[in-house]
Write a protein that binds this ligand. Sequence first.
Ligand code: ATP
Ligand code: MG
Length: 427
Amino acid sequence: MAEKINAVKGMNDIMPPDSARWEWLEDKVRLLMGRYAYRMIRTPVVEPTQLFVRGTGETTDIVEKEMYSFEDRLNGEALTLRPENTPGVVRAAIEHNLTYDGGKRLFYMGPMFRHERPQRGRYRQFYQLGAEVLGFPGPEVDAELMVLADQLLADLGLRNIRVELNSLGVPTERKAHRAALVAYFETHASLLDDDARRRLHTNPLRILDTKNPAMQEVVQGAPQLLSYLGEASLKHLETVQCLLDACGVAWKVNARLVRGLDYYSHTVFEFITDELGAQGTLCGGGRYDGLFEVLGGKPTPAVGWGMGLERVLELVAQQAGAVALPPPDAYAVIPMVQALPVAMKTLQTLRAAGVSVQMHAGAAEGMGSMKSQFKKADASGARYALIFGADELAQGVVTVKSLRDGVGAQVQRPLAEPAAWAAALRA
Ligand code: ATP
Ligand code: MG
């Protein structure tokens, strides 16, 4: 036997029955996005590396150490598997002048790639749902996006999720805060770890984001950006808070919630659970009014979030339990190969009428015994067996036998007009 080939470490196969949960989730997402009038955008999985160096930020963990980057073999172009999709969406919006006739509300779902240490809730290929609103400067879209995320998590049956909120103000406010922050950390340099010392002059805001327990105290005492916000920034934040209140979304300010890049402004937020261990952030987002310009576009206000779907589904499994795969409505029992043409044609008509049917598949020698076919029909979970036997075909009918309620009850239906009795098979 040839040697086995396994999946790349940190990349998962999603298979039945687990894939049922994914289908269920994706259906809920599409339904809700439609209700908020958000439209789907699909961008390539591979982008020029520079898009992320500029759009995600040179000093972020993602760009410093997590990207899958490679050279195109033919032309040497520097390419990267997308680690996130906001830069891709903004690139596409600039490239196609998407906001020429006004703002756009967009969403996407798809795989992202980051070379991290695989562990629970942290994979090298993972799925993100993202929502991005382009071209609107006001706090009402920040609030709308947060209400949408909250509603989605509620529609999935999830609870005990807290919402943390902060404001990053505008660049001038951040500059004043940054100077105070650097001065503060310099006077406490001996308390900083290597990572923090390295970031002190490249990206000091990110130090506030540290997960190192030994640094929590020094970080607690650091100057807060909130106290550097001017009137307009405070007003933006207060409006978001007031709208969340009006929509019944509970929030808490976390002054240490940051994004270390200059193109962020105003609102930042996270949806967090304590029930998934260390990887408890389900959704993170914020306003990125400066990103269009960083990527060579016209100044365009924008705000969005990204949600980690593996984490969301793990919480679903934990809080709500199994999502069952819907069984087929019917299982087609086909005793002889000769019955296949008529049977398959009938099944086509039934499926077109909305009936879900699993067809029996036989062995190389033939279709197999009735007994073994009925065993498979039972195992499929179908409510009905459709029997395409020789007697039936001779009379131009199919026998519909109940496998669940009133087991054994059977009726005969005309093969000539399956559409007329299809509805009776549906759940
Ligand atoms: P973390 O602090 O957990 O590393 P992050 O700040 O890197 O998260 P974002 O870039 O904001 O995360 O991505 C949005 C969401 O995507 C996260 O809140 C999380 O739910 C999910 N996510 C991020 N990285 C991974 C990963 N490696 N595996 C699974 N989900 C992930
Ligand atoms: Mg990360």
